[in-house]
Design a protein around this ligand. Structure first.
Ligand SMILES: NC(=O)c1ccc[n+]([C@@H]2O[C@H](COP(=O)([O-])OP(=O)(O)OC[C@H]3O[C@@H](n4cnc5c(N)ncnc54)[C@H](OP(=O)(O)O)[C@@H]3O)[C@@H](O)[C@H]2O)c1
Length: 313
């Protein structure tokens, strides 16, 4: 089968013919139809800490092609989506366990397309987990820093669906896109002083911050916008929980696969929101498998509104 493989440290990855993976007793062989692009795909490649060789990518939508002898929840021919962290997703076939918090899967309802399904898992589950930890509900004032990317795009829409008041921070060129997602106050990080703009509009402080971009110093500046008793999530490991606790703010470095939302139930929640037209998947671009490495370059450069999807089948 064809797959985009990294064989040597420092390599970007290339399309190769490799042996077809074989499912274990409780595993599913999936014919991949579409694969979603996430920053973790190029970050884990660039960190160079994965055993070689490995197949790039992790989010997929596809069709069950074969089942291990002890799989009972899925049938051949069913459409499924999920996260294939071990076997990768930029490939014609991948393998996932039937049930796993680390690599969750679920059936795709008829009304949800393959590209939309492939774009959902990692970013959607991270958005769900972040909003849950932040206790976002009706009337919560939520700041989303990085509002127009994969995680931010889903988080803004789900928070809007919960009747939260959303301040979205993104590039000035993305204002119309952010407002369309459900942002109430838009702040452009490239043309405004973010902290000053938010403070002027919310002098009593915001309730919650979902931060997808700030480093440790940047996040400490943003902490000045959160009232005592407020909550902060960083998806890039930028919080120092003790520093925040001293200011009566609960802060966490979220790791999605360690959360309750990283599960079959979490994927079902996302799919129900999409089916009910309460969550829209914004596909920035679709590219063939042969251009997967260029798609990663694009994700790394930034300025992508929504998700890039690789079309495989
Ligand atoms: N810990 C976990 O389990 C976990 C899970 C999922 C994701 N993550 C991480 O979370 C981060 C976000 O993921 P993602 O999928 O949403 O990435 P993404 O799709 O690349 O989105 C990032 C967004 O941030 C915006 N941005 C860039 N610089 C900014 C700044 N200075 N201020 C405000 N916004 C800025 C980008 O817009 P422009 O490029 O237009 O400026 C883009 O819309 C990534 O680093 C990812 O690896 C972690």
């Amino acid at each position: 089968m064809k797959a985009v493989v990294v064989e040597h440290r420092g390599e970007a990855g290339s399309l190769k013919e490799i042996a077809m993976p074989q499912p274990g007793e409780r595993e599913i062989l999936v014919r991949v139809v579409a694969a979603g692009v996430n920053p973790i795909d190029w970050k884990s490649r660039d960190r160079g800490d994965r055993p070689l060789p490995f197949v790039l990518g992790q989010d997929f939508a596809g069709v069950v092609s074969a089942l291990g002898a002890r799989v009972s929840k899925y049938r051949e021919g069913e459409r499924i989506l999920g996260i294939a962290r071990t076997h990768g997703a930029y490939a014609e076939y991948t393998i996932v366990p039937e049930e796993s918090q680390y690599e969750p899967v679920a059936k795709i309802p008829d009304g949800v397309g393959d590209a939309d399904a492939a774009a959902l898992p990692t970013a959607g589950l991270t958005a769900l987990a972040g909003l849950e930890w932040l206790r976002v509900g009706q009337g919560t004032t939520l700041l989303v820093n990085g509002a127009t990317g994969g995680v931010g795009g889903f988080a803004v829409q789900i928070a809007h669906d919960r009747a939260a008041r959303i301040i979205g921070v993104a590039h000035s060129g993305s204002e119309a896109f952010a407002r369309d997602l459900g942002v109430d106050q838009f702040v452009a990080y490239d043309t405004e002083d973010v902290v000053a703009a938010v403070k002027a509009a919310h002098p009593a402080g915001v309730d919650a911050v979902l931060d997808l971009v700030s480093d440790a110093e940047g996040l400490k500046r943003i902490a000045g916008l959160v009232h005592a008793g407020g909550r902060v999530v960083s998806t890039i490991g930028a919080t120092d929980a003790d520093w925040f606790a001293a200011r009566k703010i609960d802060a966490v470095n979220l790791v999605v696969f360690k959360t309750l939302q990283s599960s079959h139930a979490g994927l079902r929640t996302l799919l129900e929101l999409v089916e009910g037209q309460r969550l829209r998947v914004a596909i920035a671009e679709e590219r063939p498998l042969s251009e997967a490495v260029e798609a990663l370059d694009e994700s790394k450069r930034g300025s992508v509104n929504g998700k890039i999807v690789i079309t495989v089948g």
